[in-house]
Design a protein around this ligand. Structure first.
Ligand SMILES: [Zn+2]
Ligand SMILES: [Zn+2]
Length: 305
């Protein structure tokens, strides 16, 4: 793994003991830097058609700047973590979110950075929402309950990015490896219960281990490679690529539950970044969906409609 990697190296204090970390917590600044770099590369490659990638570069730069200038405090982090361990109904979650100023201020800051580069109708919609905290909390509750069709797609991307800055710091500040074993066997994040973006096969000191990357808190959690991330069956797992079998971007399908997840082979290409490179390889999704497979997981820059 490269020195600039956003994935922390394993603890080497006990040489010879191959302990698998159930969760790897994000180094946010490095993660954002890599995401910006990968989004920029794709924006440049697309030229005039790279407008959306250029918008995303601004958005991730705004996230990076926001957390550098406004690190989440331990008390607020603890409050956020109380929301993670229980399933709350809409009214309860909305009321709790309304009492956490951090993510609301993050949303306002991100909108301030990106609205000027957006068409005014889109920018005005984002700005109006930041002025109405009740509606903002109501909308955020829909997103956290994964009820995407209730939310305008443009709003979803910026609001999720704001929530993510808060949730990622809260999870990192409270990091613990003492998770119940069953939670790391889930298709959803054991830290915050959000869906994964994709699957990563790591290189370096964790050569060949598979982790899923959270779409919200950016944590990575371990899942063995032989099983389906959704139904845990191992009977009909297949790997697909568009070109050769050594491709660093692959699709893993499960014939038992007919789902798929994208897999980034960081052991083949450590430069890849799940969110950015997933968005740059949607032709793979289109190809596999015509075969009848349904995607597990969420790209926070491309909400399902
Ligand atoms: Zn998470
Ligand atoms: Zn399955």
């Amino acid at each position: 793994m490269l020195h600039s990697s956003d994935i922390v190296a394993p603890d080497k204090r006990t040489p010879g003991v191959a302990k698998i970390d159930p969760v790897i917590f994000p180094v946010l600044d490095k993660l954002y830097a890599r995401r910006i770099q990968r989004l920029s590369t794709q924006a440049d490659a697309l030229g005039e058609n790279g407008e959306y990638f250029r918008f995303l570069v601004h958005l991730v730069q705004a996230q990076q700047q926001y957390i550098a200038q406004n690190p989440l405090g331990p008390d607020e982090a603890a409050t956020v973590r109380t929301l993670l361990d229980q399933k709350r109904d809409h009214a309860h979650l909305q009321a709790s979110l309304l009492n956490i100023p951090y993510w609301q201020a993050a949303y306002t800051a991100l909108v301030g950075q990106v609205a000027p580069i957006l068409p005014s109708t889109v920018g005005d919609k984002l700005t109006a929402l930041s002025a109405d905290k009740e509606q903002l909390a109501h909308t955020a509750t829909h997103l956290l309950h994964l009820d995407y069709p209730q939310v305008d797609a443009g709003v979803s991307v910026v609001l999720w990015a704001a929530l993510s800055t808060c949730w990622a710091q809260a999870v990192s500040l409270g990091q613990t490896q003492d998770l119940p074993p069953s939670t790391t066997q889930s298709a959803h994040c054991p830290c915050c219960n959000a869906p994964p973006v994709a699957s990563l096969v790591l290189g370096g000191a964790r050569e060949g281990l598979r982790y899923l990357q959270c779409s919200l808190c950016e944590a990575r959690w371990h899942r063995v490679r032989a099983v389906c991330v959704d139904c845990s069956s191992s009977g009909q797992i297949e790997h697909w690529t568009l070109d050769d079998a050594k491709s660093a971007i692959q699709i893993e399908t499960c014939g038992d539950c007919t789902t798929y997840i994208k897999t980034f082979r960081l052991d083949y290409d450590p430069e890849l970044e799940a969110v950015a490179d997933d968005l740059g390889s949607l032709s793979l999704d289109a190809a596999i969906e015509t075969e009848g497979f349904k995607r597990v997981g969420l790209n926070p820059f491309s909400f399902p409609v």
